[in-house]
Write a protein that binds this ligand. Structure first.
Ligand code: PGA
Length: 249
């Protein structure tokens, strides 16, 4: 049976105490969840949330990471520091990083390679803007982000890579791609990965959909053959909305 992967990206929300309270609620409510669940609190809450999820089935993720191991990089966090806290996964190339902080595909690729080199799993986010979609450039843009993001990644390391398709126009807007639209883009991403590696790797790849995933649209999105999970923003901030998404079946 297919195992889905549901991740919560808490973005720049919650104090340490609020983060721990939510993590504990999720540990309790999702103890029987058959699918994989990851939560990515703010950096400031990672250590405390690591304690809260220890021994549970919830994976601890970070929302970003610097492209270096250590040194004079003011404000950055390295994969070694994340590992040190018990983090096992990192979200890279989120559209807010690409658009608000001008992260390039080249920078994201450096982070991808570094994360994999240091034993972190990752979620590589890709997605087009509304203008790019309307200009008929969806496949160009998404294909480029996938190819550049995965440049230099070995076939063996692909087991540690998840891709999240997040159309920029659907993030935090209440607009979702239709399940059919999302499924088509996921199939395209799989074909790009197949051309980079092989069919078996492309078929095994977990591709999450992200962008206004809510309890009431999760079921129809997850029903699509190429949708293997969700990267959830707003609805991951409360147990009342995240738990039903993680338990959509
Ligand atoms: P959203 O965010 O669920 O609030 O649209 C998704 C994301 O940015 O990962």
């Amino acid at each position: 049976m297919k195992r889905y992967y549901i991740a919560g990206n808490w973005k720049m929300h919650k104090t340490v105490a609020e983060s721990v309270a939510l993590a504990k609620a999720l540990v309790r409510d999702l103890a029987d969840c058959k699918d994989r669940v990851m939560i990515a609190p703010a950096f400031t809450a990672l250590a405390a949330v690591a304690e809260a999820v220890r021994g549970s089935n919830i994976v601890l993720g970070a929302q970003n990471m610097g492209p270096d191991i250590q040194g004079a990089h003011t404000g950055e966090v390295s994969p070694l520091m994340l590992r040190d806290l018990g983090v096992s996964s990192v979200i890279l190339g989120h559209s807010e990083r690409r658009h608000s902080y001008f992260e390039t595909d080249e920078l994201i690729n450096r982070k991808v390679l570094l994360a994999l080199d240091h034993g972190l799993e990752l979620i590589l986010c890709v997605g087009e803007t509304l203008a790019e979609r309307e200009a008929g450039r969806l496949e160009d843009v998404v294909g480029f982000q996938v190819r550049e993001g995965l440049k230099g990644v070995s076939a063996a390391k692909m087991a540690s890579v998840t891709i999240a398709y997040e159309p920029v126009w659907a993030i935090g807007t209440g607009k979702t791609a239709t399940p059919e639209d999302a499924d088509m883009v996921h199939a395209y991403i799989r074909s790009v990965v197949s051309s980079l590696f092989d069919k078996a790797i492309a078929e095994a790849l977990v591709i999450q959909y992200g962008g206004s995933v809510k309890p009431d649209n999760a079921v129809e999105l997850m029903a699509k053959v190429n949708i293997d999970g969700a990267l959830v923003g707003g609805a991951s901030l409360k147990a009342e909305t995240f738990v039903p998404i993680a338990q959509f079946r």
